[in-house]
Design a protein around this ligand. Structure first.
Ligand SMILES: Nc1ncnc2c1ncn2[C@@H]1O[C@H](COP(=O)(O)OP(=O)(O)O)[C@@H](O)[C@H]1O
Ligand SMILES: [Mg+2]
Length: 248
């Protein structure tokens, strides 16, 4: 791990192969600092989820080093995986309960987080009574309660319709600006990557390598109308062209 205290994830020349197979990702070096929103785009199968699983400590690199504080990670997947027999509030409590955080501390934090993600009126509802967007808010909230320094987000919004997706994009940005954690975000949507990120990494077709890094030249907080700015379109074009080249 580097000595810079703002760095919350540090991949140093990480490669990963599964037993006897070819490398899935190869020679990946990247860092995520607090206040940085780093997105990864790349063709299916190039190892994006594997990279996140290594960052989360669920897989070990075959080569290289992954430096991360495992006690301070929030991990959110495409599928919110809520427990159907617990209501929204009780699902939000879940990770804190598992980590044996003091009950009174948890109560305060859950009150805050429920407000932050706009679930106050829906706390008593069960997952089956919630829309897809609301279920994803519960999933985000469940990790936010742990006050992570690093958020790992694996295509969290891809099952949502466009309006809900944009709404959740704005909400996650608002929380990010407020909490200043670091984010490693995987998405298939170029527009979403540009709208959210401070930097975008384009990965090549398998074995996944870093093909290009593109800095996104917009300050936070971001205005929803940014999506219609000509400069936004030119950054999106650069990402798309780079992605297209990976598929040839
Ligand atoms: N536990 C595993 N054992 C063997 N192969 C795996 C395992 N996990 C992922 N893979 C393989 O790694 C490749 C990359 O998968 P993944 O990281 O999910 O890619 P992406 O998220 O970019 O679509 C796929 O070919 C997948 O089959
Ligand atoms: Mg994946």
């Amino acid at each position: 791990m580097t000595t810079d205290p703002s760095i919350v994830l540090d991949f140093n020349r990480v490669s990963k192969a599964f037993t006897d197979g070819p490398p899935i990702i190869s020679d990946i070096s990247l860092t995520v600092a607090r206040g940085q929103f780093l997105s990864i785009v790349g063709p299916s199968g190039c190892g994006k989820s594997t990279l996140l699983r290594i960052a989360a400590g669920l897989e070990k690199p075959t080569e290289g080093i992954c430096g991360v504080d495992n006690n301070s990670i929030g991990y959110v997947f495409q599928d919110p995986t809520l427990l159907p027999w617990r209501n929204a509030r009780s699902n939000i409590n879940l990770f804190a309960e598992l980590q044996l955080i003091d009950k009174l501390v948890v109560k305060d934090r859950v009150d805050d987080v429920v407000e932050l993600v706009g679930l106050r009126e829906h706390q008593e509802k069960y997952p089956r009574q919630l829309s897809g967007g609301m279920r994803m808010r519960v999933s985000l909230a469940r990790s936010l309660v742990l006050r992570p320094q690093l958020f790992l987000l694996d295509e969290p919004f891809s099952a949502l319709d466009e309006i809900n997706r944009q709404r959740l994009n704005d909400e996650i940005l608002q929380i990010f600006v407020q909490e200043q954690f670091g984010v490693l975000f995987v998405t298939h949507s170029v527009a979403e990557a540009v709208y959210l990120s401070s930097e975008i990494i384009v990965m090549s077709a398998p074995p996944g390598e870093i093909k290009k890094r593109i800095k996104v030249p917009f300050a936070y907080p971001r205005d929803p109308d940014l999506r219609y700015d000509p400069l936004f379109a030119s950054v999106a074009l650069e990402v798309s062209q780079s992605l297209r080249e990976t598929q040839i």
